[in-house]
Design a protein around this ligand. Structure first.
Ligand code: 13P
Ligand code: SF4
Length: 328
């Protein structure tokens, strides 16, 4: 309680805005001014008037705000990275493009689309090839627009999101490095994944349906297609929250996404769609104590964990983000 009071005092005194992703611990959510999914947070936080922004989430999210609003000083209570975003770097991106070219797909015929869960260097490379970013909230819209260019889509880094989108839109797809005959497909997906959403299985869906007749199942599109196929609803974190909240209190629902978010929905008759506790390890790193620590570092001008993006990379990454924001 004392820590929370001190946080509220300091953020007011120093004109600091605190942004938190839905997967953060409850104690961090209680201290936040802006709460949302990755699309909402990149919009709201970059438009926020305060000079200082503390981002409670993972690195690519804080980096996206710095990319869109470079004059802002963006700090994180802890340097926490999304493991999926770490699965592709500049070198592996370049190798993937070489692989497409070796299979007879010239670079000019490729439209790269990167999930926002990627590092600025990937967003920059994607922009240079005419591509853009998407988030789970707007991915279908972005892919449909991208298809209008009449090119092959190279989607990264989340394989499951890519496969789920392709199925929904009705286009052919293959995974680079897994499927031999990828050159003829409409969309080629990179072989990355989310370790948290991999925990949900089709057997979990069957288990809940058997045990609770009439139950509804909502999942995040980072889940395996075999899980998504069995769900009643698939959506981004904010879309899942809205969907659950619109249901009557007595409706039984099982949700396949990160534990902290689902746990806050338990005022409804809501279950976590897993026999494990699907916590995002890095999202859970940030505590109120860390938050107070970073606020104190603004007060004493030591600025711990400040996010910087190299200028050329930032400019290009911004192009990829802006293209998404224009469409979304
Ligand atoms: P949202 O954009 O749906 O908030 O998802 C971000 C994320 O990292 C999901 O694992
Ligand atoms: Fe990354 Fe998965 Fe954590 Fe989301 S839940 S931040 S995709 S590791």
């Amino acid at each position: 309680m004392e820590t929370l009071r001190e946080i509220f005092r300091l953020k007011k005194e120093l004109n600091v805005t605190i942004a938190a992703h839905y997967y953060q611990r409850d104690e961090v959510i209680a201290a936040a001014d802006l709460i949302g999914d990755s699309l909402e947070l990149s919009r709201k936080a970059s438009a926020d008037p305060n000079e200082y922004l503390i981002f409670c989430g993972v690195g690519f999210m804080a980096q996206s705000v710095k990319t869109l609003a470079p004059a802002k000083r963006v700090l994180m209570p802890r340097i926490a990275c999304c493991s999926m975003a770490r699965m592709i770097d500049g070198a592996s991106y370049d190798r993937s493009i070489e692989r497409l070219e070796a299979a007879g797909i010239p670079k000019e015929n490729v439209m790269p689309i990167t999930y926002i869960n990627s590092q600025a260097e990937i967003k920059a490379r994607v922009a240079k090839m005419g591509g853009m970013v998407c988030t789970s909230a707007n991915a279908e819209n972005i892919i449909r627009r991208a298809l209008e260019a009449g090119k092959k889509i190279f989607f990264m880094p989340d394989r499951c999101l890519g496969l789920n989108l392709a199925k929904r839109i009705g286009i052919s797809t293959a995974t680079l490095g897994r499927d031999e005959a990828f050159a003829s497909k409409d969309m080629i997906v990179y072989d990355g994944f989310c370790s948290v959403h991999q925990l949900f299985t089709p057997q979990d869906v069957d288990f809940y349906r058997d045990r609770y007749p009439g139950i509804l199942i909502a999942v995040h599109p980072e889940c395996d297609p075999a899980v998504v196929d069995k769900a009643d609803f698939v959506g981004s974190t904010s879309q899942i929250i809205k969907w659950v909240q619109a249901k009557p209190n007595e409706q039984t629902i099982a949700v396949g996404t990160e534990f902290n978010l689902v746990n806050r929905l338990r005022e409804k008759n809501t279950f976590v769609l897993s026999s494990t506790k699907p916590e995002c390890p890095t999202m859970n790193e940030t505590t109120l104590r860390d938050l107070l620590g970073v606020l104190k570092s603004i007060e004493n001008a030591t600025f711990i964990n400040e996010i910087e993006v190299e200028e050329d990379e930032r400019k290009w990454a911004k192009i990829a983000l802006d293209r998404m924001l224009e469409i979304a």
